[in-house]
Design a protein around this ligand. Structure first.
Ligand SMILES: Cc1cc2nc3c(=O)[nH]c(=O)nc-3n(C[C@H](O)[C@H](O)[C@H](O)COP(=O)(O)O)c2cc1C
Ligand code: SF4
Ligand code: SF4
Length: 246
């Protein structure tokens, strides 16, 4: 069983590619049961984006609520996709699973286009395509390591866990929904409301309204809007383009 959280498709691509190759099932964390027993020899994988060097809130919440029973010979792994650094995600995942009595056998990372377009420019399709081609090579390498049941935290560019003390507060302030806004070009299609994983958006008079003070800051609404009408902060997101994995 390979579970993923994915706002713009990178993690879904990694999870489904790996699941297909290993003859395992890939399922979104948002649709996955919170209680299950692995079959003997079944692998258990989590594929997650990195947000502010940490696990996304939906992944953290899922792992905190998970009741997972192992049946012997199970191999467990976490893969974080990232743009610059996967930060503390591997160690955070290991700790959350350990609290459930589950040992995380390995953690890997795969560098992909960085959908934090407040800073990163994804407006050049050739550049983005070449980043995704390089990611596909890394996916195959990670796949080999999963097949041979490699152990340990194998993440590239990871950060020590104490850094989380600082990233916690930065993320907390960044994910205030007052930072998100909608432009006139909105056509009221309702997609943003439908896809928000934490139900932070409601359509009122055919325009999205952020009804929670904080959200998961997945950028799904911003990158999927058919009119690119949702922006963040000072508007740098506008010139950096929209992104979804092909
Ligand atoms: C709010 C936010 C914060 C992010 N923080 C980081 C980060 O700390 N380090 C990093 O390398 N990438 C970061 N990213 C980039 C994503 O982790 C990366 O693009 C990921 O592959 C997206 O996965 P998805 O397409 O499955 O949603 C961030 C993205 C967002 C939206
Ligand atoms: S997805 Fe975009 S166009 Fe559709 S309602 Fe939301 S902001 Fe408006
Ligand atoms: S409001 Fe947008 S950025 Fe925030 S969690 Fe919902 S979809 Fe993601």
């Amino acid at each position: 069983m390979i579970l993923y959280f994915s706002a713009t498709g990178n993690c879904k691509h990694v999870a489904t590619t790996i699941a297909r190759a290993l003859d395992e099932k890939a399922l979104s964390i948002l649709d996955a049961p919170k209680e299950f027993t692995l079959e003997k020899g079944e692998r258990f994988g989590i594929v997650t984006p990195t947000y502010f060097w940490e696990l996304p809130i939906p992944v953290r919440d899922y792992l905190s609520e998970l009741e997972l029973e192992l049946s012997g010979d199970n191999y467990t792994f976490l893969i974080a996709t990232f743009g610059t650094t996967p930060g503390c995600t591997g160690e955070e995942g290991r700790r959350l699973l350990a609290e459930k009595g589950v040992l995380l056998d390995a953690a890997f990372s795969i560098r992909m286009p960085d959908n934090w377009t407040v800073w990163f420019d994804l407006s050049n399709p050739e550049k983005v395509a070449s980043q995704n081609a390089a990611a596909d090579v890394q996916i195959q390498k990670v796949l080999d390591q999963i097949r041979t049941e490699t152990l340990g935290n194998r993440m590239k560019r990871k950060a020590p866990y104490f850094v989380k003390t600082f990233t916690d507060s930065a993320f907390d302030s960044a994910r205030q929904t007052k930072n998100l806004y909608v432009e006139e070009s909105c056509i009221g299609c309702g997609l943003c409301e439908k896809i928000c994983p934490v139900h932070a958006i409601e359509l009122k008079e055919n325009k999205p309204v952020w009804v929670k003070e904080q959200c998961a800051l997945c950028f799904g609404c911003l990158h999927h809007c058919p009119k690119f009408a949702i922006q963040y902060g000072n508007g740098a997101t506008k010139k950096h383009g929209q992104y979804t994995h092909p």
